[in-house]
Ligand binder design. Structure first.
Ligand code: NAD
Ligand code: UFG
Length: 335
């Protein structure tokens, strides 16, 4: 299939590109590089041993989208482009509504103008808000607690209305993506101090940060620290390809959790990373981070059955691939 990948120069997009190209699809990347890396695209080409087009453009720019659609004539879109920092979304909500919601509407308009009828969208488990029960299935009520989560839910709702008359849309609600490509050539390269747990631990392991701050150890979990469902980025990438394979004129709108079904606490993840690098990693316990929930674990049953997809990689695979990437590229893509 000919697939336009918005946000393809980012963390999840670059890993998905490798799998897409390896599976024999053709790709074209549309990314404004606000948080992505052109170097990641060069490395994807080497890993997949296949070329693809790239345009530096913004999804809020209808003309740039039009040009890209005219040039590449995609049959489907995988839509990763957007802003993703929860804290920043509280401080700058309009930037989130503009990039994530208005940008997605521009993209759908371009798809309409160029007769492109399939889209896979990056949603997030954050749409569930505070869990009322676990594991979270797709029928769990949605109630996002920050502007970032609102934007994901709004786009899901827009896609639900859009996906008719032969158009189909699949929203994938990612749990916590972690890890890197097995080669260590591409991985997560946060522009600032990492907000998320695994990239922060990676920087402690390489000696860039002194110690992990554990945000609270008085949650109702096995060891008092927050529990999450960590999904390896390569498994996540493959969920997109599985989703593309199920979309047809009658498919309409679908939503799937993408997780493993297994919870891991902060202390467990830190210990697993320590085993990977062969030394215990330093931490200090600090106050809870506002907005955090005790536990978030997926029921991936719907995706397992309907997409014939399931996670195959372990937390250990995630820590070892993350470390492989971090150790080979201590400064990320900057050479
Ligand atoms: P990322 O920041 O690495 O990738 C996003 C890419 O989109 C970047 O390359 C960035 O340059 C590009 N981009 C941003 N705004 C754009 C715009 N207006 N026009 C064109 N390009 C733009 O993030 P990621 O972790 O790869 O996340 C990809 C998607 O998955 C995002 O939509 C994110 O919200 C969603 N998601 C991520 C997580 C996570 O923890 N990483 C969890 C759930 C959902
Ligand atoms: N944590 C720490 N110290 C850190 C960073 C995180 O203790 O330095 C803890 C958090 O308190 C939480 C766990 O590690 O218990 C995971 O935190 P992350 O920030 O890695 O992930 P979140 O679950 O908070 O956030 C992720 C995505 C968001 C998304 C959210 C809900 O990053 O985009 O899941 O789905 F909105």
């Amino acid at each position: 299939m000919r697939v336009l990948v918005t946000g393809g120069a980012g963390y999840i997009g670059s890993h998905t590109l490798v799998e897409l190209l390896t599976e024999g699809h053709e790709a074209f990347v549309f990314d404004n590089l606000s948080n992505g890396h052109e170097e990641a695209l060069s490395r994807v080409k080497q890993l997949a041993n296949k070329d693809f087009g790239f345009v530096k453009g913004d999804i809020r720019d209808g003309e740039a989208l039009d040009k890209a659609f005219l040039e590449f004539k995609p049959e489907a879109v995988i839509h990763f482009a957007g802003l993703k920092a929860v804290g920043e979304s509280v401080e700058q909500p309009l930037a989130y509504y503009e990039n994530n919601v208005a940008g997605s509407v521009e993209l759908l308009k371009a798809m309409g103008a160029h007769d492109c009828k399939k889209i896979v969208f990056s949603s997030s488990a954050t749409v569930y808000g505070t869990p009322q029960y676990l594991p979270l299935d797709e029928d769990h009520p949605v109630s996002p607690v920050n502007p970032y989560g609102q934007t994901k839910l709004m786009v899901e709702n827009i896609l639900k209305d859009w996906a008719q008359d032969g158009r189909s849309a699949t929203a994938l609600r990612y749990f916590n993506p972690v890890g890197a490509h097995v080669s260590g050539r591409i991985g997560e390269d946060p522009h600032d101090i990492p907000n998320n747990l695994m990239p922060y631990i990676a920087q402690v392991a390489i000696g860039k940060r002194e110690a992990l701050q554990i945000f609270g150890d008085d949650y109702e979990t096995r060891d008092g620290t927050g529990e999450r469902d960590y999904i390896h980025v390569t498994d996540l990438a493959n969920a997109h390809i599985a989703a593309l394979g199920t979309m047809n004129e009658a498919a309409g709108f679908s939503v799937y959790n993408v997780g493993t079904g297994q919870g891991t606490t902060v202390k467990e993840l830190l210990a697993a990373y320590g085993e990977t690098v062969g030394q215990e990693l330093p931490f200090e316990t600090v106050q809870r981070r506002s907005g955090d929930v005790a536990s978030s674990v997926a029921s991936p049953k719907k995706a397992n059955e309907a997409l014939n997809w399931s996670a195959t990689l372990s937390v250990h695979d995630a820590t070892s691939s993350s470390w492989n990437w971090q150790a080979q590229n201590p400064d990320g893509y900057a050479q």
